[in-house]
Design a protein around this ligand. Sequence first.
Ligand SMILES: Cc1ncc(COP(=O)(O)O)c(C=O)c1O
Length: 374
Amino acid sequence: MEIPLSSPDITGLEIEYVTKVLRTPDLSLGPKLVEFETKMAEFVGVKYAIAVNSGTSALHLIIRALGIKDGDEVITTPFSFIASANCILFEKAEPVFVDIDPLTLNIDVNRIEERITEKTKAILAVDIFGYPAEWNRLEQIAKEYKLKLIEDSCEALGAEYKGRKAGTFGEAAAFSFYPNKQMTTGEGAIIVTNDREVANLCRSMRNQGRGNSDDWLEHQRLGYNYRPSDINCALGIAQLKRIEELLGKRERVAQMYNMKLKDWQEVKIPCSSPDVRRSWFVYVVVLQDKYSREDRDNILQELRKRGIGCSNYFTPIHLQPFYVEMFGFRQGGFPVTEHVSERTVALPFYNNLSEPEIDFVVQSLKEIVSNLRK
Ligand SMILES: Cc1ncc(COP(=O)(O)O)c(C=O)c1O
């Protein structure tokens, strides 16, 4: 049996929508871009949505639109995908890491204030693995210290925190549509915001800094080509039409894993809270403290030998080789992040994963772990 780590959920609807665009001359900046943005803004519940070609581009444009620049500091989490800190480096600002809460795996809101300095301009929090950060507290801190608040919700489309949707808390938020995400556009992402100025700047910068003029070769500001094609947007429209179905299928798979793993003492299953709707992005278990990084790596290797896709989400950002080189970070700098990241096992997770496949994964994991030190 071969079970991939992730797999998109594409039906005839997506193929139909994409094929229709291919029969028109509008493959870029066409009506599907506008339609996709309108529908995304409606879904998240914000005024503006700007589609771009990746989550990384989305975060970069947000950083620029908020005026974060050389010499500024941005507080963020070291337990994330690299792009959530890199977007700060793109503008020569400095990521200031704050360790995570061991339960939610999101930035520890109780440790943020001690890292705020005169140079701090923003907090960029991540809804890791689709579990919302503590947005109420983050909003309070941002307000008190007059900081911008950025939501890296790339992994959390559809998540809710105390009845409010991810993407509606900060100045702006990013959702990614890479193929392993809740919905996909192949490559792509969306920026959402209620701030008209931020929206206008992002819209301009994704399109080479063009303004509203009819002159295609007039550029108002430094910009990029971060446009998604209308083919990507048509795929997004079809996926968004199915979004509750997609989220529901993921919930079902996650609950099956939860049921089969909750009474097994060797791992911690993903956390939950009545205050929160997690939008399931991945299914990551954390091995108990007694296991080492080596044990975890052996488990991944053995799972792969059995044809089971898996991963070690995430290596701490501060320990990535070029961060070590640039900032001199060392092992021990952010102990909670390091402890967790040495013990994570991301299991296969996608909408159409069947119960027999889940049983095979769970059974294999249990066998491998019990054979570990024999
Ligand atoms: C937390 C987080 N931020 C940013 C990104 C970047 O998104 P993309 O891969 O679309 O550039 C990802 C994506 O994988 C992510 O998980």
